[in-house]
Design a protein around this ligand. Structure first.
Ligand code: TMP
Length: 204
């Protein structure tokens, strides 16, 4: 594996993925290691515009439109990813697995369409390693309740998030060696330590 990997942080709402990616970026900053960080949907001005459109509470798109918008937002990031691929460490808060987990496992869209468009967009780019963050129903409920502002995708029922999380787990099971499961119901400091230990192995 390249020592300038693409490392993705995945998981459902409240699973701690955004916290964990920020721990990793602070760690790399401290070590003065060059990297780029992207979030999806979003990550650059054009994708951020699409993000606002998708997640706005007033939006009422059907699931196919949502899929195409998520992929459109991704398309706007591919140029950046290609530019730095294997040249810099690339950290991504959600990527292709999110589309398969939410739009296929959660919403039932044909996985073949998603895979086909990913192949078209990504070309020869592949994710090196994924931290899959997991949360139980009780903590998911409590963490969503604490959020001051809920977006359009924070308001599904528990059954939906359960299907999505199980979808992520199915993807992780297919490629066990390139996934690290983070149990976000456990002690936060312990998880941070385990993640940084794994990061060391990936980049040094
Ligand atoms: P965020 O809250 O992690 O920024 O993600 C925004 C929402 O978008 C989250 O509910 C997951 C959803 N999403 C999809 O449904 N499909 C995708 O491909 C991506 C990237 C995100």
């Amino acid at each position: 594996m390249s020592k300038k990997p693409i490392i993705v942080f995945e998981g459902i709402e409240g699973s701690g993925k955004s916290h964990h990616i920020s721990i990793v970026s602070k760690y790399l900053d401290k070590k003065k290691i060059n990297y780029i960080k992207i979030r999806e949907p979003g990550g650059n001005p054009n994708s951020e515009k699409i993000r606002k459109l998708i997640l706005n509470n007033k939006s009422d798109f059907n699931k196919n439109t949502d899929l195409l918008l998520y992929l459109a937002a991704r398309s706007e990031n591919i140029k950046t990813i290609k530019k730095y691929y294997k040249k810099k460490i690339i950290l991504i808060d959600r990527f292709t697995d999110s589309t398969i987990a939410y739009q296929h496992y959660g919403m039932g869209i044909d996985i073949k369409i998603i895979n086909l468009i990913h192949k078209f967009l990504l070309d020869n780019i592949s994710v090196s390693f994924t931290f899959l963050n997991l949360v139980n129903k009780k903590n998911l409920y409590l963490r969503l309740k604490k959020r001051k502002k809920l977006n359009r995708y924070d308001k599904f029922n528990m059954n939906f998030y359960n299907k999505v999380q199980n979808g992520f787990l199915k993807l992780a099971n297919l490629k066990k060696n390139s996934y690290h499961l983070v149990n976000s119901n456990l002690d936060i400091k312990l998880n941070e330590k385990l993640i940084l230990k794994k990061i060391d192995k990936l980049i040094f």
